[in-house]
Write a protein that binds this ligand. Sequence first.
Ligand SMILES: Cc1ncc(COP(=O)(O)O)c(C=O)c1O
Length: 363
Amino acid sequence: MKVPYIDLVAQNKKYKKIFKSSLEDLINKGDYIIGSKVNEFEKKFSNFIQSKYSVGVGNGTDALFLSLKYLGIGKGDEVITAPNSYLSSASSIALTGAKPVFVDVNDDLNINPDLILGSITKKTKAIVPVHLTGKPAKINQILKIAKANNIKIIEDCAQAVGAKFQRSHIGNFGISGCFSLHPLKNLNALGDGGIISTNNKKMYHWLLQARNHGHLNRNDCSFWSHNMRLDTLQASFLIHKLKNLKKINKRRREIANIYKSQLADILKVPSDNKHTYSVYHTYICKTDKRDELVTFLKNKKIETKIHYPIPIHLMKVFNNEYKKNSFPNTEKLSKMIISLPIGEYLTNNQIEYTISTIKKFFK
Ligand SMILES: Cc1ncc(COP(=O)(O)O)c(C=O)c1O
């Protein structure tokens, strides 16, 4: 039996007919840029995550970059984030001219709120907590720190669409929530896509302009910006995918529960706490025998991944600015983590095979 880590063909099979009719519809209408489908998707997305507004953008990195720009963040400013994320949690900060300031994470891979205070300086303008793996960060503690220090929060929700903290959808706690709709995400396009949630009317109107060259109207513009629009065809696909998101997240949580019940004795497995509803974009376990396990599973045709093998602060882009062990937990975890297949399209047989093979390895 084969267990692929990702199988986008299997995932999209059932949408083929409806996607084809969406494409045909678009060709017939010639409504290619923003238009009614982007508006419809934004409204439906807001309805799903219970935010007042949503603005579709080109990708998750655009969402983070524009949110930072709205706050006027740039050269001379500092923004706090986690060092164990996908690199664009930090690159979006660096691209504004500001400095990403890393804060180590807890064993659940999310930023450790107890360490944030020690990293705040006069230059700190925002915190970008990442809800990594689809598990909400400790947002109540982070909110308290931000409020006390007059700092804004921009949530990196790229991996966590549908996740909840104390029954509220993530993406509603900061000034904005930044979602990626990349093909690998729980809610995904057939290409790149992103969306920003906000409950701030002023920000909403600014974002509508900022994603579209800063256009005030067809012929005028009031500030320079890029073209960061969500593609209309992708929006028309996403409308259909959004209908199934609840089911997708439910199935991922079901697989996570099966893993947990069978593997908790031999691997350190992820789980929710009383405040969180995780959506398992990834299912990351920890073991000291990580590399041997990866090879063993690969030989049995079970594909795994590592999210992420190189912490951001140790990437070449920083030119050895950070010494080893700058963020000890992040660095320790990077050698122990293994992402097991968790796609909602996996069969119970594939999950059982993965579990029994892992058990065999530890025997
Ligand atoms: C945590 C995190 N932040 C930001 C991004 C950036 O999203 P995108 O690839 O859509 O630009 C990703 C996506 O990979 C991500 O996982």
